[in-house]
Design a protein around this ligand. Structure first.
Ligand SMILES: [Zn+2]
Length: 383
């Protein structure tokens, strides 16, 4: 018998981690609420971030759930409301810390970015070892308003977190998919750590129950600053297993997507050993069967400016040469042969909401075979 099991229940409660985030305090067997200050507003009040802490009565990991860094991506707020409940606290081993919106001003404005500026907030999380040491870079000395909030969220995850899941919505018509981020290493010793972390992360992402996709290949991943996304920085800098799930129904609340995501989130808590109930089957969306790993790929792309209409649905299997959309001028007359075709075999994952395209614009994303490494050398070391 494990020593812990031999202890009396009241002694076991004393072993639970005490978590303090702003005004929120963990309490064994309870769901508690509070907030922390994000940033002072010029108009005399403070932008505060809400915190919910559900703590079980048995010891276990601390799992962070975050949502709504892009203010018009709403599903995660509802998922946190439905997952993080008094009932959860009663059955949980360990603690769930949830921040239902990490970008309150963007939620109020119902837009992607905060009111403080037009920079994508999900590229402003700490850069850690990827920060270029450039004394002449004046901007790096003055973190942007959202960057200051991002550093606080990151510090709480660093202090208490064992796992992390961040909720997003890709487009209105997208297949829910969970992302396996690339992980970068510095040397041989670090490579072993990164490989082990990547394997754990893949397992955790699979547990959610959406289609699992690798992120863009290493070079594009870094160019897009995905290592400064919330889950990307937690994973790559803090080396804590973390992932982003991209749900469908951007800008709206679709009850099916919420219901499936609630099951998926609880499935991940089961994977982490925090719930003992059986895994729930997700019936709310399709999970295409595929062999081998697939990755995100922005495709196909328009050759002309024009008006598009899709001929496929999210989740469809497509083969090279198949028309994905029709393309016309504004009068409805075909441009070229009238179609935009895929040049790759794969699965339709994302159809963009826009009807207009310019030359080179991607129409969405498809999942294609991933031949890039999940664990790659830190590209900054080569420069
Ligand atoms: Zn997003």
């Amino acid at each position: 018998m494990h020593l812990r099991d031999a202890l009396s229940p009241s002694y076991r409660v004393m072993l639970l981690k005490s978590i303090k985030i702003g005004t929120a305090r963990s309490s064994p067997g309870k769901l508690t609420y509070g907030y922390f200050d994000g940033i002072d507003l010029p108009t005399g009040t403070v932008d505060r971030l809400p915190v919910m802490i559900a703590q079980g009565t048995q010891d276990g990991p601390t799992f962070f759930l975050t949502a709504n860094v892009h203010g018009n991506e709403l599903t995660g707020v509802a998922v946190i409301h439905d997952v993080v409940t008094e009932d959860l606290a009663k059955e949980l081993k360990g603690t769930v810390v949830a921040i239902p919106t990490v970008n309150p001003s963007a939620l109020r404005l119902f837009q992607r970015t905060s009111e403080y500026g037009e920079v994508d907030p999900n590229r402003l999380f700490p850069e850690g070892k990827f920060a270029k040491k450039d004394e002449e870079d004046e901007d790096s000395k003055y973190p942007k308003p959202y960057e200051q909030i991002a550093a606080k969220i990151y510090a709480f995850i660093e202090k208490y977190g064992d796992f992390h899941l961040d909720f997003h919505n890709h487009s209105y018509r997208s297949l829910p998919y969970a992302i396996v981020d690339r992980i970068f290493y510095d040397d041989e010793e670090d490579r072993k750590v990164a490989t082990e972390l990547s394997m754990r992360q893949e397992e955790m992402v699979d547990a959610f129950g959406a289609v699992t996709m690798s992120d863009f290949p290493p070079k594009k991943y870094m160019n897009l600053k995905y290592h400064r996304s919330l889950s990307g920085s937690v994973l790559n800098n803090l080396r804590i297993p973390a992932f982003t799930v991209e749900l469908g129904g951007n800008s709206v609340i679709l009850p099916d997507i919420v219901a499936g995501s609630v099951k998926g989130t609880r499935n991940v808590l089961r994977w982490a050993g925090m719930l003992t109930t059986p895994k729930e089957k997700i019936t709310e969306w399709k999970v295409p069967k595929h062999s081998g790993r697939i990755r995100r790929f922005e495709h196909p792309r328009a050759k002309h400016s024009g008006i598009i209409r899709f001929l496929v649905n999210p989740g469809d299997k497509v083969t090279k040469g198949q028309p994905i959309a029709s393309i016309t001028d504004i009068y409805g007359r075909f441009l070229g042969d009238g179609y935009i075709r895929t040049e790759h075999d794969g699965y339709v994952t994302v159809l963009n909401s826009r009807m207009t395209v310019y030359p080179n614009d991607p129409l969405g994303e498809i999942g294609i075979a991933d031949d890039a490494d999940l664990v790659a050398p830190n590209p900054l070391l080569k420069e």
